[in-house]
Design a protein around this ligand. Structure first.
Ligand code: 13P
Length: 251
C-alpha cells in the first residue's frame, strides 16, 4: 500500500515565533492524521526546522525545502545533509519550481541532490511540473518526462523507497487556478507509467505521487479520489493551523 501524504511547504513564511505558535496547536490534527493513516508534516525554513522538530512527535514529518548535495565546503548560504540530520530532519524537497525558476536549478542538479538524499536514507520529495507556456504548447508530458528521467538518472531501484514525487504545474502554484482532478490524475498516472518504464511496475506502484498547486481544504478531497494521486503538497493553505487541520479533515 502506498503512503498517503499531506505535506505543507511553508516556503519563505513563518518566523521561529510564529512557527512555535503553529505547532503548539497541532495535537488534534496530528491525532486525526494518525487515525486516517495519513503521513502529515511541514517543510519550514531552515531557521525553523529545529524548533518544529523538537516540538512535534516523531510521526510528524519535518522536511527541509532544499539541500546541498555535498557534505561540506565553500558554498556560502548552503546547508548539507549531515547538518539536517543532526537536528533530526530526514525529509527534503528537491527541485521545487520556485528554485528552478529563481535559483536556476536544473534536472542535473536535482539528480545530484536526489542521489545524495536517498543514499543517506533521507526521503526526497522530487517536484516536477510544467510552466504555463509549456502547458499552452501542449508539451506537459515531454517536460515532466524529462524531469523524471534526468532527475532519477542512475538512481538504483532499491533506493526508491526514499522517493516521493510531487506533480506541481507551475501555472497552478499560488494562483488559485488549481488543475482539475482529471488533469492532475492524467499527469500523475503518466509519471507512474514513466517510473514503470524506467524501473518496473512493482517500483512504480510503490511510489507515492502528490499533487500540488492551489490545494485548499475545499478541493483536496477531489484529488484524493483519483487512483494515482496519493496526497498533496500544499503551500498557502498549510500556513494557518485552522486550514491545515481542515486539509486533514477533508483529505
Ligand atoms: P500553493 O498551494 O500556495 O499553490 O503552493 C503550492 C506549492 O508550491 C507547494 O509546494
Amino acid at each position: 500500500m502506498r503512503k498517503k501524504i499531506m505535506l505543507g511547504n511553508w516556503k519563505m513564511n513563518h518566523t521561529i515565533t510564529t512557527a512555535r505558535e503553529f505547532v503548539e496547536t497541532l495535537d488534534d490534527t496530528i491525532k486525526l492524521a494518525d487515525r486516517k493513516n495519513i503521513v502529515i508534516g511541514v517543510c519550514p525554513t531552515y531557521l525553523c526546522l529545529n524548533t518544529v522538530r523538537r516540538r512535534t512527535p516523531f510521526s510528524f514529518v519535518v522536511g527541509a525545502q532544499d539541500v546541498h548535495y555535498l557534505e561540506s565546503g565553500a558554498f556560502t548560504g548552503s546547508i548539507s545533509i549531515p547538518m539536517l540530520k543532526e537536528v533530526g530532519i530526514d525529509w527534503c524537497l528537491v527541485g521545487h519550481s520556485e528554485r528552478r525558476m529563481y535559483q536556476g536549478e536544473t534536472n542535473e542538479l536535482c539528480n545530484k541532490k536526489i542521489h545524495a538524499l536517498v543514499n543517506n536514507e533521507m526521503t526526497c520529495v522530487y517536484c516536477v511540473g510544467e510552466t504555463l507556456e509549456q502547458y499552452e504548447q501542449g508539451i506537459t508530458k515531454d517536460v515532466v518526462k524529462n524531469q523524471v528521467v534526468e532527475g532519477l538518472k542512475d538512481v538504483q531501484a532499491e533506493r526508491l523507497k526514499y522517493l516521493v514525487i510531487a506533480y506541481e504545474p507551475v501555472w497552478s502554484i499560488g494562483t488559485g487556478k488549481n488543475a482539475s482532478k482529471e488533469i492532475a490524475e492524467d499527469v500523475c498516472k503518466f509519471i507512474r507509467d514513466t517510473l514503470c518504464e524506467l524501473y518496473n511496475s512493482e517500483v512504480a506502484e510503490s511510489i507515492s505521487i502528490l499533487y500540488g498547486g492551489s490545494v485548499k481544504p475545499n478541493n483536496i478531497h477531489e484529488y484524493m479520489t483519483m487512483a494515482d494521486i496519493d496526497g498533496a503538497l500544499v503551500g498557502g493553505a498549510s500556513l494557518k493551523t485552522d486550514s491545515f487541520k481542515e486539509l486533514i479533515e477533508n483529505f
